[in-house]
Design a protein around this ligand. Structure first.
Ligand code: FPP
Length: 244
C-alpha cells in the first residue's frame, strides 16, 4: 500500500504538555508550532502530496479570550516568518474553515501566504482554521440547495461527487491517514465526510513531543494495514467450494 497521499493531523496535547512543565498553555502552543514546522518539512521531504493540520477548531473560539488571541498571534507570526521557507521548499499553502471570524491581521497574513505559494507544485499544505466539519457540510448543503432552487441541477443529480465538490476540501483527495496525538481517540468535528475510509493512528505522545520518528512509526503502521473499502482483498478470492 506504501505511502499515504494525504495525511491529516489533529495536533493535540499542547496544553497538557505545558501544564506538566508548570508553564502557561501558550508555551505549549509555541512549542507545538515548532513541531508543526518540523513535521511539515518531514512530510514534504518524504514526498507526501497533501498534509492537513487541524490548527484551530470552531469550538476553540470558546477558549479563554487570552488564549485565543495568543493563538492568533502565533499563527500570523508563523505565516509571516515561514512563507519564504514554504516557497523555497515548493510547498503550496491553503486553508479551510470560516475565515470571516479571524482577526484581520491573521486573514491578511493567510492571503499573502496563499498568494506567495500559489505556483508551488510540491506538498499541498492545508491549515484547518476556525474549521468545523458539520459547519462545512451545512454550508455545502446550503450551496447545493441554492443550485437546485436556481434550477441549475435537479435533486436526482445530487451524488457523492456533487457533495465532494461542494466541500471546502475540494479538490484535495480524502485523507488516507488521520493521526491524533495525546491519547484522545475521537474526530472532534474534523473531516467527518472525508474520513469515511481513512486509517486512524492514535498515539499517547503529546503534540509538542511528536518527532519525525513518531511520524515514521505512523507511516509504518499505515503501510502494514490492508485497506479493503468494504470489499474482500484481491488474494482472498479462492473461496472453498460450498457443499452441494
Ligand atoms: C491542541 O492542544 C492544539 C490546539 C488547540 C492548537 C493547535 C495549534 C498549534 C499546534 C500551533 C499553531 C499551529 C501551526 C501549524 C502554526 P490543546 O491546547 O487542546 O491541548 P490539551 O488538550 O492538552 O489542552
Amino acid at each position: 500500500m506504501g505511502m499515504p497521499k494525504h495525511i491529516a493531523i489533529i495536533m493535540d496535547g499542547n496544553g497538557r504538555w505545558a501544564q506538566l512543565k508548570r508553564r502557561p498553555r501558550t508555551f505549549g502552543h509555541i512549542k507545538g508550532t515548532r513541531v508543526a514546522k518540523k513535521i511539515i518539512t518531514a512530510c514534504s521531504r518524504r514526498g507526501i502530496k497533501n498534509l492537513t493540520l487541524y490548527a484551530f477548531s470552531t469550538e476553540n473560539w470558546f477558549r479563554p479570550q487570552e488564549e485565543v488571541s495568543l493563538l492568533m498571534l502565533i499563527l500570523s507570526r508563523y505565516l509571516k516568518r515561514e512563507t519564504e521557507n514554504l516557497v523555497k521548499e515548493n510547498i503550496r499553502f491553503s486553508v479551510i474553515g470560516d475565515l470571516s471570524r479571524l482577526p484581520l491581521d491573521v486573514a491578511n497574513a493567510i492571503e499573502k501566504s496563499i498568494e506567495a505559494t500559489s505556483q508551488c507544485t510540491g506538498l499541498n499544505l492545508v491549515f484547518a482554521l476556525s474549521y468545523g466539519s458539520r459547519q462545512e457540510i451545512t454550508q455545502a448543503v446550503r450551496d447545493i440547495a441554492e443550485k437546485v432552487a436556481a434550477g441549475e441541477i435537479s435533486p436526482a443529480e445530487i451524488d457523492e461527487s456533487v457533495i465532494n465538490s461542494a466541500l471546502s476540501t475540494f479538490p484535495t483527495p480524502d485523507p488516507d491517514l488521520i493521526i491524533r496525538t495525546s491519547g484522545e481517540q475521537r474526530l472532534s468535528n474534523f473531516l467527518l465526510w472525508q474520513a469515511a475510509y481513512s486509517e486512524f493512528y492514535f498515539t499517547e505522545v503529546l503534540w509538542p513531543n511528536f518527532t519525525e520518528s513518531h511520524l515514521d512509526e505512523a507511516l509504518q503502521a499505515f503501510a502494514m494495514r490492508q485497506r479493503r473499502y468494504g470489499k474482500v482483498s484481491s488474494n482472498d478470492n479462492n473461496h472453498e467450494k460450498l457443499p452441494n
